[in-house]
Design a protein. Structure first.
Lengths: 328, 328
């Protein structure tokens, strides 16, 4: 069994070995650019960890791991256009650094490349088709999640179940699919593969809820993104939706007004602080933590159900714990 | 053996039976919208015709045919954003009718759906993986062709071989891949599948050269698009590139100037007429026709090499002839 560190090194070395400097350069250079911006490589790590529960020759699963990383970066490239985002990991986004058309077309090519890497896994044709089927379902769900997220911007009646569905589709299913694809390449039994999928999916929802909490209440020194971003952008997160449901009338009206009227840039800090105070008065952080922990413990339950010795799951348990501590 | 008309009816009926009215509607409605705009359905017809050379149960190849049509419409949806095109088949383009973000994300979903339909072909896993491999290579080439086309806009040194490469990638390889995938589903031998691919590829180049000629010299009543569009948009087609190489100095300078200076909308007709006269003085239509016919006859040579009775290829020969007569 490999450690997470070994797995991340293997991914980095495989990724470095992929030649993206091809013609036409205007198509392939932006792909190399976004890949070298870094990131935590959580998703490809999950493919290798899923595989590693069943097989030792992790090289076999590396093309699939890279496929998942390509897919994830394809979604970032296109989402950044849709969100008009200037920066990604502190560097100019592709549509800013190059241009919008480039970001559209290079993103398309990345999605196709993801399929190509997935097909290059050295496995039985049945394994390949199963991996592609899992990937197809997940990729379409990620698009559906992104659409729901955009739809929410113009809606005033978003419910908490709808919000949870959105983060499940936009973020969580890819973690599940990464694990499931890795397990399938390792010839895992169907039941195991499904439990690993569920483990990843629930862990993903838990992870996103934590991200929502940190976005408003995280330590600016360690969070990595600007604290208060969700509030500035009027994101209808669990914190907002639950506060709106439970706040006293005056707080409810104030919260609604902050989110539904144009706020001048100069009053952005004031808005963030006011909304955070409302969140705190609603005790919503505790509620979010409860919900996060519920998904986390359900995720661990699925991991426990995977029919291999508990000792073989050490890296996976460690990964899940680290993710919730945000040390990976 | 089915006639082209029967094949087109089968495609229409399958396409009508596909439920695209799913949630979230903002993601799926634009897909239904672009599909119902129509079009000649040449590419899915090629899948069925390729299959029909080897098998009678065309239902088997219908999901792959629909996948190819989805892919083609995905490229149209994204190309229309990149080209800022207001109309497609006389109707508002998706990014105009809905918005730009919708056209990006619905296009992405269409590409994924194409893979999903391709995987739903009722065939051996080996056949599916082979079809996906052909599709992957072709899809990436189509992106490369689109990138070359965009690059050409800003280049002044485009050569005729580069132009032919661009139309091969952007247009022709998909015709080849459609036939090859159909043939593979029909369990054709590798040699046959390759000849059919080459037949489609060369027919595609021939078709595009004809489109270039018609774009400048076609009959406005039957061409379907506005005659002179390529000239208005300074498209570096074979007509332009060959004229630039062979024109007398005065014509050469005039042609260069028309293409490299801003021309007011009010002088558009004058520009089209002046450039057409230069084209005619260079005898470039004859040259384009010669080249078109060379590719066409080479294509027919590949079709002849397909190791089945010539009588079984009647629909295919008819299709190729109709395409060159532009009656399909």
């Amino acid at each position: 069994m490999q450690t997470l560190r070994q797995i991340l090194e293997e991914i980095q070395s495989y990724s470095d070995g992929q030649e993206m400097s091809r013609e036409p350069h205007n198509l392939y250079d932006p792909i190399a650019y976004i890949l070298q911006l870094g990131g935590k490589r959580l998703r490809p790590a999950l493919v290798l960890m899923g595989y590693n529960l069943y097989g030792d020759d992790t090289k076999k699963a590396l093309p699939a791991a890279f496929a998942i990383e390509l897919f994830h970066n394809f979604t970032l490239m296109h989402d950044d256009i849709m969100d008009n985002a200037p920066l990604r990991r502190g560097k100019p986004t592709v549509h800013v650094r190059y241009d919008r058309n480039t970001a559209i077309l290079s993103g398309d090519a990345m999605l196709i490349l993801a399929y190509r890497y997935l097909m290059s896994v050295d496995a039985d044709a049945r394994v390949c088709t199963e991996a592609i089927n899992i990937f197809n379902r997940c990729a379409l769900e990620v698009c559906e999640g992104q659409q729901m997220d955009m739809d929410f911007e113009n809606r005033t009646d978003v419910s908490i179940p709808e919000y949870l569905k959105m983060i499940e589709l936009k973020t969580a299913v890819l973690l599940g699919a990464a694990l499931e694809i890795g397990a399938i390449i390792g010839a895992a039994k169907q039941d195991d593969a499904k439990h690993l999928y569920e483990f990843g999916r629930k862990l993903g929802i838990s992870f996103q809820l934590q991200d929502d909490i940190l976005d408003s209440f995280g330590d600016p020194a360690t969070f990595g993104k600007k604290v208060g971003g969700d509030i500035s952008q009027n994101k209808k997160t669990f914190l907002y939706l639950h506060s709106l449901e439970t706040a006293e009338p005056a707080d409810r009206e104030a919260l609604w007004n902050w989110y539904h009227s144009a706020v001048d840039e100069s009053r952005s800090a004031e808005k963030i602080e006011a909304v955070k105070q409302i969140f705190l008065r609603c005790g919503v952080v505790d509620r979010a933590n409860e919900l996060k922990n519920r998904y986390y413990h359900e995720a661990l339950e699925n991991l426990r159900m995977v029919a291999i010795p508990e000792t073989a799951k050490a890296t996976m348990y460690g990964f899940a714990a680290d993710l919730m501590q945000r040390s990976v």
